[in-house]
Design a protein around this ligand. Structure first.
Ligand SMILES: Cc1ncc(C[n+]2csc(CCOP(=O)(O)OP(=O)(O)O)c2C)c(N)n1
Ligand SMILES: [Mg+2]
Length: 603
C-alpha cells in the first residue's frame, strides 16, 4: 500500500496487526497442555452425568452446553442420529434449501451477531456442498462449527454410498477439521471446536461424525473437557510505542476493526485521527462522523484511498491488508513496523488513555454517478433511495449483499452507522451468499430489519432458498411465532448482467462479451409463487413510491429494481496504486468512451 511512495517519515509507518497472533493449531492436533492453561475442572473426570447417552445425544447436549440457539441444517441418512435430537430441543433447527445455503446462513448469523454459527449436513454431497461456505468463513474470519454425518467407521475408506474423505476435503478450508472416532471424546471435542472457532482469529471448524459413533452409548465419564489457553493480553509497553508514534505522526489513519465500535469511536475522537473501514467493518465507525473516510480499496472512496497512500502511520486494527484494499503491493504480506498481538478491543481500550493528538481529515471527492437523462434508474440511484427510505430505522438495519457492482455500490451509497450491520462475502467473493446470509441474520435477530441488496446473477445462484424465507421453522424456546415467514426485504438490482465482470471484459478484453448477460426469470412472478408481496420498478418517477412500499411492507417483500447497467467508480485497476484510481465521471460504460486497459483483469 505504501510501497509506491517513499516519504521522509517512512520510519514512522506502522502496520499493526493486533490479531496477528493465531491459535497455533496443526490440523488433527487437538490438545493444548501448556503452561498457559488457565483452569482445569478436575471434577469433570468424575462426571458421570452423561453415562448412558448416545453419541448423537452427546453432540446435542454439547451444543446446548455451548449456548447454541440455532442450527442450520439438512437431513440425510448419515446424520439421522443427530437430527433426531432436534425433535425435542431448546435449539431451533432451520432447514435451508441446500447445504450451501445452510452454511451461508450460519455465516450471516455469525457475522451479524458475533456468535458462532452452526451447520449440520449429511455425509458425501451434504459435506461437499459446504466447502464454499467453509472457505468463505475462513477468508472472512467467521466463527462457525460445521457438523457432518459420516458412514460408519468400518466403512470409511471403502467408497461406501455417500462417503467422501470429509476431513481431508475440509482441512485446507477450516481452522481445524477432525473426525470423531469414539463416543468417549464427543463432548470434549465439541467443546473444543467452539473454542477454536471463536478464539484468536475466528474461523470455521469441521467435525465429521461417523454414524456408528453417533449411535454408540457412552459408559462412564468420557474424555474430560479440554484445557484451554487464556487469551493473549496486549502488551502495555508495545501500546505505549504505538501511542508515541501516533503523537508524532503527521498524517495517521485508523483502518479496520469489526468489533469494538465504542472503543474505535473513542480512540478516533481522543487522538483525532480519521478512520477508514473495510467491507466487513462498515458501520463500526459512524460514517456521519467528520472523522469518517468511509470504505477504502478497489471501489473505496477517493479520499480514503488518497489518505492512506499519503499516511505516515497506518494503525490497522484486526485487518489483514487484503489485496482488494491495498491495490498494488511490492510484497503480498505486509510486515508491520510494530505488531500488537492480542484482542483488538482490549488493545484499543489500553491505547485509549495514551492516545492524544490533533488533526483534521480532508473529505473531498464524494461518491457520485451519472443519472440517465430518460428517467431510467441505476443501481446507485436505487441504493440512494433505499438509504433515504431506511434512514429513520437505521439502527435496526442489517444489510446482506451478493457479490458484484451492487455490493460495492451498497457500501458507497448506504450510510453506515452501526456495527455488525453488513453481511457480505469479502475474501472469497461468493455469489449466492446474500439470500441465505440474510436468512441467517434474520433468524438470529428477529427484531432487526434485514435488507438484502442482491445482484440478479448473485440472486440466481441461491434463489431456491426463498423457500426458507417462506416457511419459518416452528416456534421454539423463544416462543416467536407471530408470523411463519421471515420478513426479509429483498431488493434485486436487476441489470440483466454479471455487470462487474462484463465491465472487465469491456476494459481488458477489447469489449468481447462472453457469457456475462443473463436471461432472468420474472422475479415478480417468482416472488408471488413463493407467496411474497412482489413488485417491480424501472423509472425515477415511480421509485419513491416503490421504495416507500418496500420499506413499509410488514412481511417478506421482493422488489425487482430494473436498472441500467453501469460501471462502479471509483475503481483501482489491477497493478495500480490506490491513488491511481478512476474517479466518477472519468470513464463511462459507453462502448466508445471506455479506455482499453493493459495488464491483467481483476480476479
Ligand atoms: C460463485 C461465483 N462465481 C463467479 C464469480 C465471479 N463474479 C464476480 S462479480 C460477478 C457478477 C455478479 O453479477 P450480479 O450479481 O448480477 O451483480 P452486478 O455486478 O451485476 O451488480 C461474477 C460472475 C463470483 N464472484 N462468485
Ligand atoms: Mg447484475
Amino acid at each position: 500500500m505504501l510501497s509506491t511512495r517513499s516519504r521522509s517519515a517512512a520510519a514512522l509507518r506502522a502496520r499493526i496487526r493486533p490479531r496477528a497472533a493465531r491459535v497455533a493449531l496443526a490440523s488433527g492436533a487437538r490438545r493444548w497442555k501448556s503452561a498457559m492453561v488457565e483452569s482445569y475442572d478436575e471434577d469433570d473426570d468424575e462426571d458421570l452425568r452423561f453415562s448412558g447417552h448416545t453419541g448423537g445425544q452427546l453432540v446435542h447436549a454439547s451444543l446446548v452446553e455451548c449456548g447454541v440457539q440455532h442450527v442450520f441444517g439438512y437431513s440425510g441418512g448419515a446424520n439421522l442420529p443427530i437430527l433426531d435430537q432436534f425433535s425435542e430441543s431448546p435449539i431451533q433447527f432451520v432447514m435451508n434449501r441446500s447445504e450451501q445455503c445452510c452454511g451461508h446462513a450460519a455465516e450471516g448469523y455469525a457475522r451479524s451477531t458475533g456468535r458462532v454459527g452452526v451447520v449440520l449436513t449429511t455425509s458425501g454431497p451434504g459435506l461437499t456442498n459446504i466447502i464454499t461456505p467453509l472457505q468463505d468463513a475462513k477468508g472472512d474470519s467467521t466463527p462457525m462449527v460445521a457438523l457432518s454425518g459420516q458412514v460408519p467407521l468400518a466403512a470409511v475408506g471403502s467408497d461406501a454410498f455417500q462417503e467422501c474423505l470429509a476431513v481431508d476435503l475440509t482441512r485446507p478450508c477450516t481452522k481445524w477439521s477432525y473426525q470423531i472416532k469414539s463416543v468417549e471424546e464427543v463432548r470434549s471435542v465439541v467443546h473444543e471446536a467452539f473454542h477454536v472457532a471463536a478464539s484468536g482469529k475466528p474461523g470455521p471448524v469441521h467435525l465429521d461424525l461417523p454414524k456408528d459413533v453417533m449411535t454408540a452409548v457412552l459408559r462412564g465419564a468420557g474424555v474430560p473437557l479440554p484445557m484451554l489457553p487464556p487469551p493473549v493480553t496486549p502488551s502495555k509497553a508495545v501500546l505505549e510505542e504505538v501511542a508515541r508514534m501516533l503523537s508524532v505522526a503527521e498524517k495517521p489513519i485508523l483502518y479496520g476493526a469489526v468489533a469494538g465500535s465504542e472503543e474505535l469511536r473513542a480512540l478516533a475522537a481522543a487522538a483525532n485521527v480519521p478512520v477508514t473501514t473495510t467491507l466487513h467493518a462498515m458501520g463500526v465507525f459512524n460514517e456521519e462522523d467528520p472523522l469518517s473516510l468511509h470504505m477504502l480499496g478497489m471501489h473505496g472512496s477517493a479520499y480514503a484511498n488518497y489518505a492512506i497512500q499519503e499516511a505516515d502511520l497506518i494503525v490497522a486494527i484486526g485487518s489483514r491488508f487484503d489485496d482488494r484494499t491495498t491495490g498494488a503491493l511490492a510484497q503480498r504480506v505486509v510486515q508491520p513496523t510494530v505488531a500488537v498481538p492480542g484482542d483488538c478491543v482490549a488493545a484499543m481500550r489500553l491505547l485509549l488513555p495514551l492516545a492524544m493528538r490533533m488533526l483534521l481529515p480532508l473529505a473531498d471527492f464524494p461518491f457520485s454517478y451519472t443519472r440517465m437523462p430518460d428517467g431510467r434508474i441505476k443501481t446507485q440511484q436505487v441504493i440512494e433511495a433505499l438509504n433515504l427510505g431506511f434512514k429513520p430505522q437505521r439502527e435496526k438495519l442489517v444489510v446482506a449483499t451478493g457479490v458484484g457492482n451492487h455490493q460495492m455500490m451498497s457500501c458507497q451509497f448506504l450510510r453506515w452507522s452501526e456495527p455488525r450491520s453488513i453481511v457480505s462475502s469479502g475474501s472469497l467473493g461468493t455469489m449466492g451468499f446474500g439470500l441465505p446470509a440474510a436468512i441467517g441474520a434474520q433468524v438470529a435477530q428477529p427484531d432487526r430489519i434485514v435488507l438484502l441488496v442482491d445482484g440478479d446473477s448473485s440472486f440466481n445462484m441461491t434463489l431456491h432458498d426463498l423457500g426458507t424465507v417462506k416457511e419459518r421453522p416452528p416456534p421454539c424456546h423463544d416462543g416467536q411465532d407471530a408470523e411463519h415467514q421471515l420478513p426479509i426485504k429483498m431488493a434485486i438490482m436487476n441489470d440483466g448482467a454479471q455487470q462487474m465482470v462484463k465491465v472487465w471484459q469491456k476494459l481488458f478484453f477489447d469489449g468481447r462479451l462472453v457469457a456475462t448477460d443473463n436471461v432472468n426469470p420474472d422475479y415478480v412472478a417468482l416472488g408471488e409463487a413463493y407467496g411474497f408481496e412482489s413488485f417491480s420498478v424501472d423509472n425515477v418517477d415511480d421509485l419513491p413510491a416503490a421504495v416507500e412500499r418496500f420499506v413499509n411492507a410488514t412481511g417478506p417483500v421482493l422488489c425487482d429494481f430494473r436498472v441500467v447497467p453501469d460501471i462502479c467508480l471509483p475503481m483501482v485497476a489491477p497493478g495500480k496504486g490506490l491513488q491511481e484510481m478512476f474517479l466518477p465521471g472519468s470513464i463511462s460504460f459507453d462502448d466508445e468512451q471506455m479506455p482499453e486497459m493493459t495488464g491483467d483483469a481483476p480476479s
